[in-house]
Design a protein around this ligand. Structure first.
Ligand code: ATP
Ligand code: MG
Length: 251
């Protein structure tokens, strides 16, 4: 236990991932060790194609590491909600049906799952859109559906893979505020991936900067700025600049 950061929720130890084809070995993640703390908002910041999604997939158990271990300290069972990089809502299902789906798969009682789904729909600000189909929603609203669905199973850890990457700047700012509001209300351990430094400093308790491919841990920043944060505050800008100098991001 770290005095300042609290209880460790997930331990990544010496994680590496290589992909093998007939001709070559491609190394995507190289020897990453990270402790993730309970209820922290952790941001993994790295350039495009550096191995961020591969890393999240290993945390979620969708892929297994070539070397190293991922350990969930509570019960050692993977218990994650995943907000995917590309909006992954089912186009033929309504907002309500999309959010209810994980609970339906768990064979949860219909009244109970409707109640939970309605709570989450309200939480993400989609009240009134329960019966809408995804094609009737904007990009930001679809991502809200993705966030509500990721929360449906009440996961211990929430993985978010560049959830706002495809949104225009204005909507992105709005969604960043929303995701913090939801996190304040439904405290969870969040691991949020982005290639956007401003977004990282705005959201994170801690930013872990990853190198270009294969992803390695380059630097770790504890962000102590008070929330709500201000993009043009001097301390914010100083921190942003310090990180900018220390990344492989092409800006
Ligand atoms: N199943 C796979 N087989 C072979 N190579 C893969 C596989 N999955 C990912 N890669 C490669 O690993 C590298 C890292 O991929 P990854 O999707 O993790 O990058 P990323 O950091 O998420 O990129 P982006 O910012 O574009 O989302 C890429 O070069 C990709 O082509
Ligand atoms: Mg990715």
């Amino acid at each position: 236990m770290d005095e300042q950061l609290g209880t460790i929720k997930v331990k990544l130890r010496n994680i590496s991932k290589s992909f093998y084809s007939r001709k070559e070995v491609f190394e995507a993640v190289d020897n990453i060790s990270i402790d993730v703390y309970e209820n922290e908002f952790l941001v993994l910041l790295g350039p495009g194609q550096c191995g961020k999604t591969v890393l999240l997939n290993m945390i979620s158990g969708l892929e297994s590491p070539t070397e190293g271990t991922v350990q969930f300290t509570d019960n050692n069972a993977t218990d994650v909600g995943f907000v995917f990089q590309k909006t992954a809502v089912f186009p033929w299902k309504t907002v309500m049906e999309n959010v209810e789906l994980p609970l339906e798969l768990k064979k949860e009682d219909k009244t109970e799952r409707r109640k939970r789904a309605q709570y989450l729909i309200d939480l993400v600000g989609l009240n009134g859109f329960e019966n809408s189909l995804p094609k009737q929603l904007s990009g930001g609203m679809k991502q809200r559906v993705g966030i509500a669905r990721a929360y449906a199973n009440n996961p211990q850890v929430l993985l978010m893979d560049e959830p706002f990457g495809a949104l225009d700047a204005q909507t992105r700012y709005q969604m960043e505020e929303e995701v913090l509001r939801i996190w304040e209300q439904e405290k969870r351990t969040v691991i949020f991936v982005t290639n956007n430094i401003e977004e990282a400093v705005y959201l994170a308790d801690r930013v872990i900067v990853l190198s270009s491919c294969p992803a390695k841990v380059k630097e770790i920043y504890n962000i102590k700025l008070q929330r709500p944060r201000d993009y043009v505050n001097q301390d914010f800008l100083r921190l942003r600049e310090a990180i900018e100098k220390n990344t492989d991001l092409a800006l």
